[in-house]
Design a protein around this ligand. Structure first.
Ligand SMILES: [Zn+2]
Length: 72
């Protein structure tokens, strides 16, 4: 999984951002990170159009941030 770290303050995000909400920095460094432990897991039974009828989602710790991921 890719992480984006603010060059100015080091805050990490799992999505690309235009501006860092912490320091207003605009430069980010991309790096690979391993998925950590699942903090919360649940199964969705009502899903958006174009997605399977049901699937699991997990809130996962990824180094200095958290990510919401879909699991089959
Ligand atoms: Zn920053």
């Amino acid at each position: 999984m890719k992480l984006y770290a603010c060059v100015k303050c080091g805050m990490e995000f799992f999505e690309r951002r235009a501006v860092c909400p912490t320091c207003r920095g605009e430069e980010f460094m991309e790096r690979e990170a391993q998925l950590g432990e699942a903090l919360v897991e649940t199964q969705l039974f009502v899903t958006p159009a174009g997605f399977p009828e049901k699937y699991k989602i997990s809130l996962i710790k990824v180094d200095g941030t958290k990510a919401l991921v879909r699991r089959e």
